[in-house]
Design a protein around this ligand. Structure first.
Ligand code: AMP
Ligand code: MG
Length: 481
């Protein structure tokens, strides 16, 4: 078939890692939204994807030539408990080459039952798939490693959840869909030699630079730790809460994956949880780094037989490597925070200055994004900045900023590059979704996505996107199932 050129390297792995899986056909596929820039980046012609033939592919009714469609096997720790999982509603069509020379998985989500469906219907509803589209593109705009969304199609089916909902298929692009849970699956259900095959495949695909290092598996673990620390630090810097950091939802490439109950925090409170099922706050905003570390320990356990001959030595190496997480995390977080405050070089006292601001934001219920935005715009109009302690903090910060050998312009530019004017706030996302899937008005959603793709555009700040909502605390999100 024209214009989609896929190969599938994952099938080089032993066949216990996947099953061949043709997507279920759907009655009336209809394109709702297409990411034309991404299509172009992936070497696919947008005009073709919009054609009847293209939409048939995006909705799963036809499989493009060269594709060997599969569902991937994986396991995972969900809220701390180990379970066999796998693609219960996803089909990997294959890999497309991006303009950067890298290969990207092209995966259908919501494409019907597979052997891993465990009683689920294998389907997805339009609202949650559009939600993944909006937020993943928002994350991409914020320069955070993430899977991306190529398209959402209606299927013409109704699916049954708490209410009857329109069915949909999302097509997403990812550096790969290899998860910590994929390694856990290999270690628990296959064997050492299969873990090694998976590790070799993953290294070749994501971390080829470690092959010649002399200790490829250890260096691989180190690289995953570093990437994960960086991604989670970047989440914290923009107020993102993933919501369901199970090991099956953690990609070894370091990309943010699986946009289920995720949401952005408005008012700064480190204990924030939005997910309706996270009753204990396991995946709260504040806990995300330690949970990432917990997940990385699960990955390290699967690699133990590959790290050294003796068990004790393997264990020591693994522990040493995984504990690098905090250093990596702190480095990215501090660097990001300095950027947000217009600081260039590290200086003693910076941490205190940053922590004091966060403390005051928590005490006075300040809006996280807008506090930094106001500082950047030098327009401290919100009530937060009227507090005596906040004024005192601002004095200290201004002192620190002035001591630098940089012009006002340079400092402003640095702050603008680090403080978004728009994030996918819950009320914006909900409003766009309601209009799109209930009323069939997609234009509003497209406009929001466009704004989210340029979150550092200080020349076009629209007040309709920057309001702090009331009642943020009551917002609840649900898993996409
Ligand atoms: P998630 O919470 O989206 O990460 O999904 C956890 C597991 O449930 C994965 O194995 C999914 O493939 C599976 N799953 C989620 N929704 C469905 C569904 N509607 N039908 C079948 N399996 C599903
Ligand atoms: Mg998942």
């Amino acid at each position: 078939m024209r214009n989609i050129n896929l190969k599938n390297t994952y099938i080089q792995l032993p066949d216990k890692f996947f099953t061949r899986q043709i997507p279920e056909t759907v009655p009336r596929p209809e394109l709702v939204i297409l990411n034309e820039n991404l299509a172009d980046f992936l070497g696919m012609e947008p005009e073709f994807l919009k054609s009847t033939e293209g939409v048939e592919i995006l909705a799963g009714n036809q499989v493009p030539e060269g594709s060997y469609p599969i569902s991937q096997a994986y396991a995972g720790h969900q809220f701390g408990h180990f379970t066999m999982l796998g693609d219960g509603r996803a089909v990997l069509l294959g890999e497309a080459r991006g303009r950067d020379g890298q290969f990207y998985d092209i995966q259908l989500k919501g494409s019907g039952k597979t052997p891993f469906s465990r009683g689920g219907d294998g389907k997805a509803a339009l609202g949650p798939m559009l939600r993944e589209y909006i937020i993943s593109e928002g994350m991409y705009g914020l320069k955070i490693p993430t899977t991306r969304s190529l398209s959402v199609c209606r299927t013409g089916e109704s699916i049954i959840r708490e209410e009857v909902l329109p069915g949909a298929v999302l097509v997403r692009a990812a550096r790969s869909h290899i998860r910590v849970g994929t390694f856990e699956y290999a270690a628990a259900f296959l064997g050492e030699s299969d873990v090694k095959k998976l590790a070799d495949y993953t290294i070749k695909r994501h971390y080829p630079e470690v092959i010649e290092s002399g200790h490829p598996y250890l260096e691989f673990l180190k690289a995953v730790v570093r990437n994960q620390a960086e991604t989670v630090a970047k989440w914290l810097l923009v107020g993102f809460i993933h919501g369901v950091m199970n090991t099956d939802n953690m990609s070894v490439s370091g990309e943010t994956i699986d946009y289920g109950p995720c949401a952005f925090m408005d008012v700064y409170d480190p204990e924030t949880v939005f997910s309706s099922i996270d009753r204990e706050g396991r995946y709260s905003y504040r806990k995300q780094p330690e949970i990432a570390l917990w997940n990385l320990n699960r990955l390290a356990e699967t690699l133990l037989p590959l790290l050294a001959e003796k068990e004790r030595a393997s264990l020591n190496l693994a522990q040493e490597t995984v504990s690098e997480f905090w250093k990596d995390f702190q480095e990215v977080w501090m660097q990001g925070m300095r950027g947000k405050l217009g600081l260039f070089q590290p200086k003693e006292g910076d941490r205190g200055l940053i922590e004091q601001l966060l403390f005051l934001m928590k005490v006075y219920h300040a809006d996280y994004t807008n506090t930094f935005l106001e500082l950047t715009l030098e327009k401290e109009e919100s009530s937060f900045f009227q507090n005596r302690e906040v004024k005192a903090w601002k004095g200290l910060w201004e002192e620190r900023v002035k001591q630098q050998n940089h012009s006002k312009e340079e400092i402003r530019k640095r702050m603008q590059e680090n403080n978004p004017v728009i994030i996918p706030r819950n009320y914006l996302v909900e409003d766009a979704l309601e209009r799109a899937w209930r009323n069939g008005e997609i234009e509003h959603l497209k406009e929001l996505v466009k704004a989210l793709q340029n979150p550092f555009d200080y020349a076009n700040i629209s007040s309709k996107y920057t309001k702090t909502p009331e009642n943020n605390k009551c917002y609840k999100t649900f898993c996409g199932t």
